[in-house]
Design a protein around this ligand. Sequence first.
Ligand code: SF4
Ligand code: MG
Length: 333
Amino acid sequence: MEKILEVKDLHVTFKTYGGTVQAVRGVDFHLYKGETLAIVGESGCGKSVTSSAIMRLIPSPPGKITAGKIVFKGQDLTRVSERKMRSIRGVDISMIFQDPMTALNPTLTIGTQLIEGLKQHKKISDKDARIRAIEMMELVGIPNPEERMKQYPHQFSGGMRQRIVIAIALICEPELLIADEPTTALDVTIQAQILELFEKIQEVTGVSIILITHDLGVVAKIADRIAVMYAGKIIETGNKREIFYKPQHPYTKGLLNSVPRLDTKGKLQPIDGTPPDLFSPPQGCPFTARCPFAMEVCNKVYPESTAVSDSHRVDCWLQDERAKQLLATMVTN
Ligand code: SF4
Ligand code: MG
């Protein structure tokens, strides 16, 4: 499978009066063409910072990509000029945020906003731009597109506005779409419709999607692969079945346990404790203080990434051969 994006050893910091926050601490992942990768984790784990880094939208200062590579179709985005980046943003890579209202201009009609985005980046006649805008409105499921193009954002419901935002993000036919909590601000029924829309769009356009979310229900619905982030690191990656049915990292297991399920009669089991302070992150495994299996080594040395299968990797000392042997002897005794 062709990789459209490869993020290698990415580090992002933010300077504040209180010190430097190490928001992203050596993140590695890749995205195959046409797939949906979900990056999941609690707020503050670095998932949104990672996606902003791909778009090169980290406010600098105070933010900075201090190390690593973001290779998109063969070029390292951490090294291209701002001018080049402007020609990539919205054209090759598009992003959708949580709140559809702030993404739309309340003073312009929907048609103008759709057409503007297109004309800004592509040489296209007014007539063709209009036709394309109508096509996009149809694709995202807005009835009577010709009429509705003349209306303003406040004349649409929240769900419809998010559909419009998606249409604007896709109008230049990007190859990569980054969606940061795209359904969080919506009602549950509307959420489901928007997720279905993502699936349909992917089928029709072949766009590759990075979905940033804290919601495992969303992940279960549309992700192909999942990367679990904790304290600025990706601690486990795998395909959906592997993560949901064979999670290996105690944090991933905890996340799954904290989701209400039919068989646990909706009982939530939150993970005790809080993530570490990223002003001075621990040297070892950042989950040590909350982990029921923590060993002495965990606190001191960060565990190397171990392959569970070809598609499944985890950063945990429990996967280390030496720890496994130790645990086996403990069990038999
Ligand atoms: Fe727990 Fe140690 Fe694994 Fe971290 S490395 S998750 S502390 S067992
Ligand atoms: Mg976020």
